[in-house]
Design a protein around this ligand. Structure first.
Ligand code: FES
Length: 123
């Protein structure tokens, strides 16, 4: 079992060997972005490993493709590809999940106001 400590919170979750960080975080109810469901095509599940990278699987080519070769140096990983592999603790920084629905609603409201202030006119 690998302990996953989430930076910026006091939350620690436990993942069995072989399970991805994405799965462990989702099963623990911690919000993490994804649109591909964990098949390494969206790149949204990017996390930063602050400590304990030796308790995760080595970085894979799909991660390098999405994150660039600097990923190894700065600790970036795709949570869907990084798998628990050690008995120690991993400290990860998980970006806040953007509320896409709220952003779309705000944009629609701005466009509506723009149209109402300039009906039939040019923008
Ligand atoms: S969940 Fe899409 S790349 Fe990891």
């Amino acid at each position: 079992m690998t302990r996953i400590a989430i930076a910026g919170s006091d939350k620690v979750v436990v993942g069995p060997a072989g399970s991805s960080l994405l799965t462990v975080l989702q099963e623990a109810g911690h919000p993490i972005a994804t649109s591909c469901g964990g098949v390494a095509t969206c790149g949204l599940c990017k996390v930063t490993v602050k400590q304990g990278k030796e308790n995760l699987s080595p970085i894979c080519q799909e991660e390098i493709n999405h994150l660039g070769s600097i990923a190894k140096i700065v600790g970036l990983r795709l949570a869907c590809q990084a798998r628990c592999s050690g008995e120690g603790e991993v400290r990860v920084e998980v970006p806040e999940v953007e509320d896409v629905a709220a952003r779309k609603a705000a944009k629609a409201e701005r466009l509506r106001q723009l149209r109402n202030s300039n009906p039939g006119g040019r923008r």
